[in-house]
Design a protein around this ligand. Sequence first.
Ligand code: IP8
Length: 255
Amino acid sequence: MITDKNGELAARTEVINRLTEEIVKANVKNLILVHGGGSFGHPTAQKYGIKDGLKDDTQKIGFAETHHVMTVLNGLVMDALVWHNVPAVSVTPSSCMITENGRIKLFKDTILKMLLKMSYTPVLYGDATLDEKLGFTILSGDQIVSHLARKFNAYKIVIGVDVDGLYDADPKEAKNAKLYTHLTLRELKDAQGKLGKSTVADVTGGMFGKITELIPAIEQGIPVTIVNAAKPNYIYKALIGEKVEGTIIERDRIG
Ligand code: IP8
């Protein structure tokens, strides 16, 4: 969403600025921001096969490059946040997290906790990380979101995507795809088989991967709202809890 996925290293700075303005307007306390890799991390990760781990030395520069382009994208996000007066501080996942077979195994959270205590807005992102079994891999922003939400028992998770929410088929391919507006965990699990796999280069699995990652947080009782971040004020409305088109997923049906 904050990048043009059909390009390479193509940031949408006007979208980053607009979303920053929505975040400022929503004025959420204890907010943690996480962004993905888009056309920065994914093409580079794919080119060098980073997700599958270290197999030969020629990939080493690929790991460095993937992490580096993510810091460049993160820098653009930080630019927008800080110049809009958000006390945002970047927390680099590859410097505080290690995975094992792609799953977060170690997370040194002292600094993140202190930032939250001091009312800063920590910003994390999908990153190339070291992995105890694979040497290195790709850690998705979605896994980070789910992990942090569970660890800090988040009030809710808001996910911004470039479609209107969760559909029973890929809306970019199937014209008659139906939008789910409200799902319980049970309904989500039933629907999961049908979810559209991403059509563009996304090494971490697109919408299917997103949902799979979020399930443990939903199981813990944390509701998830998925909205179209391309539509002005949708993220704002989702953040303040105002009714907005999208998909709400909750453990049990409320009301
Ligand atoms: O876009 C992956 O994060 P995601 C980041 O949240 C990289 O899946 C480096 C490809």
